[in-house]
Design a protein around this ligand. Structure first.
Ligand code: NDP
Length: 288
């Protein structure tokens, strides 16, 4: 099988490292060409000397499976590049937080990502997990890979089919809605959930999110709000979120695919906290 991994950052380098262990023809792509990447894990650094090609200058073979592990903000641009890398039944696995980008691609396979890491200047720090959840249906190429991954004891990457993928995806969206918004807009790490005022605003924000998602049918149990708040409190107090790191470093944030994605579906619902969060994130991103 011919596999491509595009975006060799925190998530993509773990996927790339794992897929390179298998007996498939795997090509790695970044924004620019370079030699290899380094992962820091369990206190040890390991360099993987795999060539990374420039995805925007690539004129080569087509692929059966393409994993895209860039930020969601790069997807629109990449959707103009992937047709030249695809044949009639290429499957494109989207490894992003957020929603609202599946339609950019002809054959998208959205994945909920459980790979926790952070990209530094010269390496990627992999904290924990190496798991992707996808919809429970049959796939032409991805099924072969799922089987290979499950039969190989050396593999850390798992790709699992979720029985209720819509709910799984919305739950991850809500987890991101709460903690990404509050850490990014306060410019502080998960320790902010020590503050009852922060917990109160986050609860209100999550309740608005649940109401938007459940407008036509109950997809999310309203008790999920308590689960999300407990998850935030269980995080390492110094842990940031990807939106926190984006905002504190002046980078573009993925808010259009998380906060704004929900906001665009609010209909007649009153969502004062989400309105404010979207306004502030929009203002952050304005002319950036
Ligand atoms: P990173 O910023 O660490 O990595 C993104 C990579 O994509 C970078 O190496 C970047 O290169 C590359 N890239 C950017 N634009 C392009 C392009 N046009 N073509 C090819 N490569 C490109 O992001 P993450 O890995 O952290 O995040 C990826 C997705 O996973 C996001 O949606 C995030 O929300 C989600 N996620 C992240 C988690 C985490 O713990 N990090 C956890 C769960 C989900 P360059 O640096 O040169 O710009």
């Amino acid at each position: 099988m011919k596999i491509a991994v595009i975006g060799i950052g925190a998530v993509g380098s773990v996927i790339a490292r794992e897929l390179k262990k298998l007996n498939h023809d795997t090509t790695l792509f970044g924004r620019t060409a370079k030699e290899g990447f380094t992962i820091l894990e369990n206190g040890e650094k390991h360099h993987y000397p795999y060539r990374i090609e420039n995805v925007h200058a690539y004129e080569g073979k087509t692929f059966d499976l393409i994993f895209i592990a860039t930020k969601a903000t790069a997807l629109q641009t990449l959707s103009r590049t992937t047709p030249a890398m695809s044949h009639g039944n290429t499957e494109i696995v989207l490894c992003q937080n957020g929603m609202g980008f599946d339609d950019f691609f002809d054959s998208a396979v959205p994945a909920v990502v459980y790979i926790s890491g952070q990209k530094h200047e010269d390496m990627v720090e992999h904290f924990q997990d190496a798991r992707l959840l996808v919809e429970d249906r049959s796939y032409i190429h991805l099924d072969t890979l799922i089987k290979d991954l499950s039969q190989n004891d050396e593999m850390e990457l798992e790709i699992q089919k979720s029985k209720n993928f819509i709910r799984t995806r919305y739950e991850k969206l809500l987890i991101n809605l709460g903690i990404n918004s509050l850490t990014a807009l306060s410019g502080n790490t998960a320790k902010i959930f020590d503050l009852e005022s922060v917990v109160g605003v986050t609860r209100a924000l999550l309740e608005e999110g649940v109401a938007i998602i459940n407008q036509e049918q109950t997809i999310i149990d309203p008790a999920f709000v308590n689960t999300a708040l407990s998850v935030y409190k269980s995080y390492n107090r110094e842990m940031g979120t990807s939106m926190y790191y984006d905002v504190t470093s002046g980078a573009r944030a993925e808010y259009a695919f998380i906060q704004k994605y929900l906001h665009q579906q609010k209909g007649d619902l009153k969502t004062p906290v989400l309105d404010m969060v979207v306004t502030l994130l929009e203002a952050y991103q304005y002319e950036r």
